[in-house]
Design a protein around this ligand. Structure first.
Ligand code: C2E
Ligand code: CA
Ligand code: CA
Ligand code: CA
Length: 277
């Protein structure tokens, strides 16, 4: 009895207790926040050397009533743990589709594209394809302006199923990008079997370009994209030398602080207008 008493002590370890209750509180808060539609998107410009701003990545922010504007690092993990990330992603996707519909009605913005992050629980949800198509239909915009960002690890969960779903959406014109490309453990043999449009080079490789090995990796990704006839976009581009090195290797699509941080819609549209002048 004494032993059991001692063992059960660890369940009352005050430190563990604190972590557990903080997690539960966050999940409860997330549920409330989703219900109250407190999530918004910030827009980080994607820039083509020849054409200027061609669109943005939609990055979620939580407009928390007490804690201010929170970035994904503060809550995405909690949403994943609590099984809520697909609801979050769906709200983001809905907001993105509404925005694409608004942009479609203005000549100055009609060509802008939006990239949206899709997590595994959403991609593999039973009615995912239908839901996306329904959002396209009900909002009314050209589906090729919508780009879904998927990670390698998500694709590897169930490649045949992922491929089917992507093809169904691709048939309607929706685009696909592989996010954080090169950071997964995958072999690259799957690439030609998926209906992809773009590889997105992870920021860690852009930072690594200062070294010879790092530069070689970026070169290899650019060459691979070109061989497979895919677009290549570099993320996390912060300096002019990085941009120059990328251009020298045939990468002309950028996202990063050099071009702009993620900002609310008003600021993003102002950037677009300023660039057009
Ligand atoms: P990600 O998809 O790789 O998004 C890029 C992140 O890098 C963004 O952080 C962006 O603010 C940051 N970033 C962009 N350019 C630069 C740069 O030049 N330098 C540096 N140091 N950072 C840069 P953010 O917005 O905090 O998002 C973090 C991650 O959260 C995203 O990484 C993505 O994995 C996830 N995320 C964002 N929105 C969503 C969403 O709607 N759903 C899901 N499931 N995940 C999301
Ligand atoms: Ca992304
Ligand atoms: Ca990324
Ligand atoms: Ca990244």
């Amino acid at each position: 009895a004494k032993l059991a008493g001692r063992n059960s002590l660890r369940f009352f370890d005050p430190y563990m207790q604190q972590i557990v209750s903080a997690r539960l509180r966050l999940e409860e808060e997330l549920r409330r926040g989703l219900e109250a539609r407190e999530f918004v998107i910030y827009f980080q410009p994607q820039v083509d050397t020849a054409r200027g701003i061609v669109g943005a990545e939609a990055l979620v922010r939580w407009r928390h009533p007490e804690r201010g504007v929170l970035a994904p690092g503060d809550f995405i993990e909690g949403a994943e743990r609590g099984g809520l990330v697909q609801y979050l992603d769906l709200q983001v996707l809905e907001l993105a589709c509404k925005q694409l519909a608004r942009w479609a009605s203005q000549p100055s913005t009609e060509r802008l594209a939006l990239a949206v992050n899709i997590s595994a629980p959403l991609l593999y949800q039973g009615n995912f394809v239908e839901r996306v198509l329904e959002l396209v239909r009900s909002n009314g915009f050209n589906p090729k302006r919508l780009k879904l960002e998927l990670t390698e690890s998500l694709l590897l969960d169930d490649m045949p199923e992922a491929s089917l779903r992507m093809s169904a959406l691709k048939a309607h014109g929706i685009h696909f990008s592989i996010d954080d490309f090169g950071t997964g453990y995958s072999s690259m043999t799957y690439l030609h079997r998926l209906p992809l449009d773009q590889l997105k080079i992870d920021r860690s490789f852009i930072q690594g370009m200062a070294s010879d090995n790092g530069l070689a990796i970026v070169r290899a990704i650019c060459a691979l994209a070109s061989t497979l006839d895919l677009e290549v976009l570099a993320e996390g581009v912060e300096t002019q030398p990085q941009r120059q090195m990328l251009e020298n290797n045939g990468c002309h699509l950028f996202q990063g602080y050099l071009f702009g941080q993620p900002v609310p819609i008003e600021a993003f549209e102002e950037m677009v207008a300023r660039a057009a002048r």
